[in-house]
Design a protein around this ligand. Structure first.
Ligand code: FES
Length: 110
């Protein structure tokens, strides 16, 4: 079965602050989009797998974000929680068209 992907507008690249999460609200989930110091963009589910901490409010270090509630360290590239904790968050593709930044959200999960 083919999966449809929805492109959701996040904002203009130059308006996104570095290392501060930007929240994109969908019907039933939130996505946190981060611009790293390297200029790279990452998008992950805005909900910590531990107890639902809001990851867009977390501290960013390199490719990782630290959950603001209990400091779990999550890799934004693959969504994996770093040891000694375990779990993962969903990651999303980010596309840039000129200045405009979008996240790609699989339709059946939006
Ligand atoms: S809710 Fe994220 S570490 Fe506890």
């Amino acid at each position: 079965m083919e999966q449809t992907v929805r492109k959701v507008y996040v904002g203009n690249y130059s308006d996104l602050p570095e290392r501060i999460g930007k929240t994109v609200v969908l019907e039933d989930k939130e996505i946190a989009v981060f611009k790293l110091t390297s200029g790279k963009l990452h998008a992950i589910e805005n909900r910590c797998p531990h107890k639902g901490g809001v990851l867009s409010e977390g501290m960013v270090s390199g490719e990782h974000v630290f959950c603001p509630l209990h400091d779990w360290k999550i890799n934004m590239t693959d969504g994996l929680v770093q040891a000694p904790d375990e779990g993962c968050v969903q990651t999303f593709d980010v596309v840039q068209e000129g200045e405009e930044v979008y996240v790609k959200v699989p339709e059946n999960e939006a």
